[in-house]
Design a protein around this ligand. Structure first.
Ligand SMILES: C[S@@+](CC[C@H](N)C(=O)[O-])C[C@H]1O[C@@H](n2cnc3c(N)ncnc32)[C@H](O)[C@@H]1O
Length: 227
């Protein structure tokens, strides 16, 4: 998947080396947390999510899935020495202390050669998403550090960027309606039909290799003082 291609196969960019108790918030399928648990058998890894997805048949012995709402009061009796969060934009407002690594995609597309018109459906869609996210609470929209770029489709000549474009295109082919619906229905009160119309328009531009757009992707990590 795109993150590991961007990270040249690594699961983290954070320089921390020893791990004891690790929490992956908003773990979703838990793939990152289970890969991490396999890579660090010395650590206890918990994947936390508000909803139970499809539980995998195999789970590493040092991995546990828990259902909880991370926005509720933290009731863990033992502290975590590392907390990870991936693609949680808009969901979480605060994190407790300790080492953190958060990573996300900025859905406002960029383009360096003028092939993405300012009046494109893609820009209109991205501005609506940003407005909806802003109304639903502070997210990661103002982060300015750009460490990686994910081309929107396979327009890039560079082999690695082209592969990232292929993965992005496939990701958005699967997730466009879900991402758009989650924000536009709840944040802007659009109907499901209105969201479907926007997705149809935007999907054409997503798949057009003449438009050299990309999404900035950031990774932030650091030590936050314990409360
Ligand atoms: C976009 S998915 C990212 C999943 C995973 N981190 C990944 O990178 O594949 C966001 C996840 O956050 C979860 N989530 C949303 N709000 C949450 C909350 N308040 N507490 C815990 N998990 C939450 C959702 O259920 C969803 O699985």
């Amino acid at each position: 998947m795109q993150w590991q291609v961007s990270y040249d196969g690594k699961l983290l960019l954070c320089p921390k080396e020893q791990f004891r108790r690790v929490l992956d918030i908003g773990t979703g399928t838990g793939f990152w947390a289970m890969d991490f648990a396999n890579e660090h058998p010395e650590a206890d890894v918990i994947g936390l999510d508000i909803s139970r997805g499809i539980l995998p048949i195999y789970m590493p012995p040092n991995y546990e899935f828990q259902i909880d709402d991370v926005k509720e009061q933290w009731t863990w009796s033992q502290k975590f020495d590392f907390i990870h969060g991936r693609m949680l934009g808009g969901y979480f407002r605060d994190f407790p202390g300790g080492w953190l690594e958060v990573k996300d995609i900025n859905l406002m597309p960029r383009c360096d050669d003028g092939t993405l018109p300012r009046d494109s459906n893609l820009f209109a869609w991205a501005h609506e998403l940003a407005e909806a996210a802003g109304r639903m609470g502070p997210g990661f929209t103002n982060v300015e550090v750009v460490k990686h770029k994910w081309p929107m489709n396979q327009w890039a000549k560079d082999v690695k960027q082209n592969e990232l474009g292929r993965l992005s295109q496939s990701f958005f082919a699967d997730e466009l309606e879900t991402i758009s619906g989650a924000l536009l229905v709840h944040g802007l009160n659009l109907s499901h039909e209105e969201v479907a119309v926007r997705c149809t328009l935007v999907r054409r531009e997503f798949n057009d290799p003449q438009i050299h757009a990309y999404f900035p992707v950031f990774t932030a990590f650091g030590m936050k003082p314990q409360r």
